[in-house]
Structure formats: structure tokens, C-alpha cells
Design a protein around this ligand. Structure first.
Ligand SMILES: O=C(O)[C@@H](O)[C@H](O)[C@H](O)CO
Ligand SMILES: [Mg+2]
Length: 402
């Protein structure tokens, strides 16, 4: 069996997605996602110029060998661009293998470990009242887990708060838009949000919060303690994790569960956090972390330490990643939760898929492969549009972490 063609498709049905379609001499094809939000064309060039020429003629059944070829063969290891390009190939190859085996991908991975995948949605508001209201909407939709983010009085454009209460779009400007940050005000305001949510809706549902790398380790420890009475499912990205040891200090001071990893690319970025039992959930997902082949390795390491998965699932990951992640989530023994932001109807039309939401859970569907395709005619209607993630500055102008 041979790979005969591989093409990169860029489309912008509301936001940019980079998709790889691998074709074979058996007529079976596979689809992979290589989207890197705000830096999309770097992966396009990496794939088109440097990966596709190597793939032609290779045996698509040799997923592991091709993974090692691309990883070791690049010589320059790791990083978001390389690992997304590898992920795009890897996912397309798993799609092909599952189609050849006439199985849904979760069956090929080892079969179902659960019936459905618990997801969390994003409730946002410009202040506490609006966010509490948005949480109510998610409860009405049947969600069992909800992430709550609020604007902070006196701070311009806080992370996670966008247009409308149910939806925020993390990249939409030709140049990066500017947001503000003030840790003192946040530490004063955010615990009040969770107090109000618990007072209003009780303790039966899971609540999550994303710190988006804003706090120092000591401030993060403080936030974790302040949130303890509200029994969060997790506090995400409470402090930057380039220095994995930073989490020791947070961990020693709070029992609020910790999640990290949406910006990690390899097992090396997370191994100290896992082995030292400094986190509870690992946020890496298919597209960011070298595909199914590598994420499976991360999940296995995590399982030794009772760390569970919590795959990233913002709208900047294409439906191809969402579908593949749902197969992974359905199989992985140490599953925790899956993030789920809904795509636009235009995006859903470009990427026909079998996954569906019901009663707070997502299901991957039972068709063969990962269940997500690309409608190329539909995709061609939406040409690439430059878009950036926002940037953040403190009140005095100092650059901060968005
Ligand atoms: O946890 C999340 O969904 C966010 O951190 C987003 O991934 C981020 O805004 C980039 O899209
Ligand atoms: Mg996040």
C-alpha cells in the first residue's frame, strides 16, 4: 500500500483551519488537522514544502515508523509547528487505518471505555451577574460541567470574555487586539463569581476556571486557596509552565485540582509535572501534540500517577481534532473531561462529521475512521484571512501573558 498524494487545504469559515488530506493507491483517504491559531501558514509551508514530498510512496500502514521518521528526521525537535505538522500526518494515517480495518477509530485503539464523553462549555460575561446568567444557559442545555470566566470591573478586555455570553472567539483581528490585566483586582473579584454561582445553582455540577498563565506561582497558590470553598473541577494554567517546578509551590498550598498543557507539544513538556504529581489533568490534545500516536504515550505516563486527560477543545482546533479527540476520549482509560466550544454553522458545513452532543456528553459516532471529512467545494468558498490571538498589557503598559 502506498501514499499517492497529500494536499494541504486552508479554509476560513469564521476562522482559519489547516487540513491535510492523504490519498492512497487503494482509494482510501485520511484527514488530519494541522491548525496553529494565529500562525497557520507556518504549518502549511512546513507540510507542503518539507513533509509532503517525503510522504509520497510511503506505506500509510506504518504509522509509528512515519511518526519517528518525521520527528527524528527533522533533527530540530519539538515545537508547535513541527508537532502540528506531524499530528496532521498521524491523524490522517489513523483515519486511513481505521477505514481499512472497517472500524471506528476508538475500536482500533482498544475499544470503548465509556458510553459518552463528558464535556465542559464556556460561560462568559462582562461581570459576575452576566456570567452567572451564562452558567444558567449551559445548565439548561444539559451540560454537566461549565467553565466560568468573567470580566473584571476596571480592567479592559479580560481573557475569555467575548461577544455574547455563550461564545468568545480567540482570534479575529487583522492585527492583535489589546487586552488588559490586573492581578490584584482579579484575586478580589473571581472568588466572588464562584461564590455567586454556587449560591445560585448549588454544588451538583462541575465548575472550571482558566487562569490563562496570568499569575505568579504564589498568586496562583493564593487563588487556589480562595477557590477551595467552591470545589472546582480544575483551575487551569494558573501560572506559566515553562518552569515545571513552579507548580510545586502551588501544589503545596492548595487542594484545588490543577490542569495544564494546552500549549505543550511533547511528553517532555509535561513529564516533570506528571512524575512529581504536581497536576491532576493534562490538557494536551491531538493537534498540538503530535497526533494520536504521541498523545497516547502521554496518557499512559499520566495514568501511572492518576493524572487524567482533559483535552483542549477551543474553536481554534478544527472539527477534525474534535472528532479524533472524541475517539481518543472514548477509549483512554484515564479520561477526565473534554473541552467543547461549538463551531460556527459554516465550519460544521465545511467539515461534515458524525460526532454529536446529547445530555452533557459528546459521542464520536460509529462510522469508520475518525468520522470527520472535509467538503472541498465548501472549503473553497472561504479563503484564508490573517488573524491573530490578542495580546495583554498591564495598566502601566508592561507586556503580560494573554
Ligand atoms: O482553554 C481554552 O480554551 C483557552 O485557553 C483557549 O484555548 C485559548 O484561548 C486559545 O484558543
Ligand atoms: Mg485554556
Amino acid at each position: 500500500m502506498k501514499i499517492t498524494a497529500a494536499k494541504v487545504i486552508v479554509t476560513c469559515p469564521g476562522r482559519n483551519f489547516v487540513t491535510l488530506k492523504i490519498e492512497t493507491d487503494q482509494g482510501v483517504y485520511g484527514i488530519g488537522d494541522g491548525t496553529l491559531n494565529g500562525r497557520e501558514l507556518s504549518v502549511v509551508a512546513y507540510l507542503q514544502e518539507h513533509v509532503v514530498p517525503c510522504l509520497i510512496g510511503m506505506d500509510p500502514r506504518r504509522i509509528e515508523d512515519i511518526w519517528q521518521y518525521l520527528y527524528r528526521g527533522a533533527y530540530w525537535r519539538r515545537g508547535p509547528v513541527t508537532m502540528r505538522a506531524i499530528a496532521a500526518v498521524d491523524v490522517a494515517l489513523w483515519d486511513i487505518k481505521a477505514k481499512m480495518a472497517n472500524m471506528p477509530l476508538y475500536d482500533l485503539l482498544g475499544g470503548k471505555s465509556r458510553e459518552g464523553v463528558m464535556v465542559y462549555g464556556h460561560a462568559n460575561g462582562t461581570d459576575i451577574a452576566e456570567t452567572v446568567d451564562a452558567v444558567g444557559h449551559y445548565i439548561d442545555m444539559g451540560y454537566k460541567a461549565i467553565r466560568a470566566q468573567t470580566g473584571i470591573p476596571g480592567v479592559e478586555g479580560v481573557y475569555g470574555v467575548g461577544r455574547g455570553k455563550l461564545y468568545y472567539e480567540p482570534a479575529d483581528a487583522a492585527l492583535p487586539s489589546l487586552m488588559g490585566w490586573d492581578t490584584r483586582k482579579a484575586l478580589n473579584y473571581i472568588p466572588k463569581l464562584f461564590e455567586k454561582i454556587r449560591d445560585t445553582y448549588g454544588f451538583d455540577r462541575h465548575l472550571l476556571h482558566d487562569g490563562h498563565h496570568r499569575y505568579t506561582p504564589l498568586e496562583a497558590a493564593n487563588l487556589g486557596r480562595l477557590l477551595e470553598p467552591y470545589q472546582l473541577f480544575w483551575l487551569e494554567d494558573c501560572t506559566p509552565a515553562e518552569n515545571q517546578e513552579a507548580f510545586k509551590l502551588v501544589r503545596q498550598h492548595t487542594t484545588t485540582p490543577l490542569a495544564v498543557g494546552e500549549i505543550f507539544n511533547t511528553i517532555w513538556d509535561v513529564k516533570d509535572l506528571i512524575q512529581n504529581q504536581l497536576i491532576d489533568y493534562i490538557r494536551m490534545t491531538i493537534v498540538g501534540s503530535g497526533g494520536v500516536t504521541h498523545l497516547r504515550r502521554v496518557a499512559d505516563l499520566a495514568s501511572l500517577y492518576q493524572v487524567r486527560t482533559g483535552c483542549h477543545g477551543a474553536t481554534d482546533l478544527s472539527p477534525v481534532t474534535m472528532g479524533t479527540a472524541l475517539h481518543f476520549d472514548t477509549w483512554v482509560p484515564n479520561f477526565g473531561i473534554q473541552e467543547y466550544m461549538r463551531h460556527t454553522p459554516e465550519t460544521d458545513a465545511v467539515f461534515p462529521h458524525t460526532y454529536f452532543f446529547e445530555d452533557g456528553l459528546l459521542y464520536p459516532g460509529d462510522s469508520v475512521g475518525h468520522g470527520v471529512d472535509i467538503d472541498e467545494a465548501e472549503a473553497a468558498k472561504y479563503p484564508y484571512k490573517p488573524a491573530y490571538l490578542p495580546v495583554a498589557r498591564l495598566e502601566d503598559g508592561t507586556m503580560w501573558n494573554w
